[in-house]
Design a protein around this ligand. Structure first.
Ligand SMILES: C=CC1=C(C)c2cc3[nH]c(cc4nc(cc5[nH]c(cc1n2)c(C)c5CCC(=O)O)C(CCC(=O)O)=C4C)c(C)c3C=C
Ligand code: FE2
Length: 494
């Protein structure tokens, strides 16, 4: 099997290739390469219809990295790349999903906390995941529901993602590449499984998988890709579906430029523009994801902010900026600085004007509409920040959607590398390879929500032990929900 995944990893960016590709992605930083293919098993050889005639280049620095360097193929995938006679292109947009009404909040949270990428338990304790998810979702639901109530009773994510899908389909059509665009949510409707059923029913032959998160995290794109990997594995039709994945795209010129457009537009609304602090607020992840599992999220986020601020500066706005992380859940340590602490610090340092820039997500959602617009705005006022603004999410911004369409078209020549009809199929390799590149060891991580050292040993496998474990889980889950240390209070109460 020759299998490829489409990767956009800065670490594998050999300089000559950046130059070769820079005309396609003008503005791509020296470290941000738009398209790199990592080879898993064997070269995508001449017997391979999908890649025949292309130049695949190995780099001296990274022999496992090959890159396709024929720019002409980017806009016009070759006839060979088109694959079967009936070629039906599909794009699968991956997203998180959100509760559409208040009654959905608890089951939505259950799905989220039942995800092994959100709470990664040791193999021996996996059977406890549903119980844990039930407890945590039950405890968190009232707080979450308050937030959703404040933004109208539900998440706008489904509506906005559907609009993005429609706009992307239109843009692709306008560029001469018709495609069906599907939405697959991780934790709510329309679930990824539903999207795959439609993809099969429609007879899609080439699929581009595009997570709607600009930066890759194990907890978001990674989780959706893991799910796809297992669904592909268990379904005959999906096994033969040729696909490629665009794992992250924060460094694309179109995205960076669209973000800069929005920032400049909002900046201009302030009276004293040079004094405005650009405050990038990203969704946090537990620190252990980055430090123990190698999640590239922090690195990609920092680079993303650098690219955007450079672009804003190029347009004549040299404002100072801060990157902070919001939406921490539970008592574990998450990426720092935390947004609330940063806002207080900036206030103390005399900052009077602040423009909040949500940066980890491209749609309005609970964390922009409630957390930033309400909670952080109020905190900023309390901290002495008098002038406040917030950059809207990209949603269906035309320049942004057009750039996503370009990303899809650039990815199409990479779809599938079938060496022959009986060969094992690409998709598993693609997803698997991609995920292994980011999270090779699949180590157990301290849970973001419930922190404890797991002491489940064979000798402890007695009912007494289990009951004790469950009691601890319940206490720790209560701690996670209340944000207070119940054990500490019990032990040290005066
Ligand atoms: C890049 C974006 C996101 C990362 C990284 C991420 C990690 C992450 N999230 C939780 C827990 C929750 N997330 C919730 C909502 C939510 N999360 C994201 C994005 C990222 N999450 C979005 C876009 C949304 C909102 C969807 C919507 O309905 O509008 C929630 C539910 C809301 C709440 O109660 O706050 C939880 C819980 C963890 C634990 C985590 C990393 C491990
Ligand atoms: Fe989240």
């Amino acid at each position: 099997m020759a299998s490829f995944g489409l990767m956009q990893r800065t670490v594998h960016c050999p300089q000559p290739l950046v130059e070769e590709r820079s005309s396609l992605v003008a503005g791509c930083s020296g470290r941000g390469l738009p398209v790199i293919q990592r080879q898993r098993r064997g070269v995508c050889s001449a017997t391979n219809g999908a890649q025949r005639g292309r130049v695949l280049r190995r780099t001296a620095a990274s022999p496992d990295v090959v890159s396709f360097v024929d720019p002409n193929d980017i806009r016009k995938p070759s006839a060979a790349a088109a694959g079967p006679a009936v070629d039906k292109v599909g794009v699968l947009l991956l997203n998180l999903g959100g509760p559409e009404k208040l009654d959905d909040v608890k089951p939505f949270l259950y799905n989220l906390f039942a995800d092994p990428e959100i709470i990664r338990l040791p193999a021996a304790a996996k059977f406890l995941q549903p119980l844990l998810a039930t407890i945590i979702s039950t405890l968190r639901a009232p707080k979450s529901a308050e937030g959703y109530e404040a933004i109208g009773g539900g998440s706008p994510l489904r509506r906005i993602t559907d609009e993005q899908a429609e706009a992307l389909a239109q843009s692709l059509r306008a560029k001469g590449q018709p495609a069906n665009v599907y939405v697959g949510m991780r934790y709510w409707h329309p679930y990824t499984e539903e999207a795959l059923e439609h993809i099969k029913a429609d007879g899609v032959t080439r699929l581009v998988i595009l997570p709607l998160y600009p930066q890759f995290s194990i907890s978001t794109s990674g989780s959706s890709l893991r799910l796809l990997e297992s669904l592909f594995k268990s379904d005959r039709a999906l096994k033969s579906l040729r696909h490629t994945v665009i794992p992250s795209w924060y460094q694309r010129r179109g995205y960076v430029s669209a973000m800069a457009d929005l920032i400049v537009e909002e900046l201009r609304k302030f009276k004293d523009v040079p004094s405005v602090e650009l405050f990038f607020s990203a969704h946090g992840v537990p620190k252990s994801y980055v430090e123990e599992a190698g999640d590239p999220y922090k690195e990609e986020m920092e680079e993303c902010v650098r690219l955007i601020t450079d672009e804003v500066k190029r347009r004549g706005f040299a404002n100072s900026h801060t990157l902070a992380y919001q939406s921490r859940v539970g008592p574990a340590e998450w990426l720092k600085p935390y947004t609330d602490e940063s806002i207080r610090d900036l206030g103390k340092r005399g900052v009077k004007s602040m423009l909040a820039v949500p940066i980890s997500f491209v749609s309005e959602h609970i964390e922009t509409l409630e957390e930033i617009d309400m909670e952080y705005r109020e905190l900023a006022e309390e901290s002495g920040i008098r002038n406040w603004g917030r950059v809207p999410a990209l949603n269906t911004n035309t320049a942004f959607i057009d750039d996503l369409a370009d990303a899809v078209m650039e990815a199409l020549p990479y779809v599938g590398c079938l060496a022959g009809p009986t060969d094992s199929l690409v998709p598993l390799g693609d997803l698997e390879m991609l995920l292994q590149a980011y999270d090779r060891e699949r180590r157990t991580l301290p849970s973001p929500v419930v922190m404890w050292e797991w002491g489940w040993t064979k000798s402890a496998e007695t009912w007494n032990g289990r009951i004790a474990m469950i009691a601890i889980i319940i206490i720790l889950a209560l701690e996670a929900a209340s944000g207070q240390s119940i054990l500490k209070n019990l032990l040290y109460a005066e």
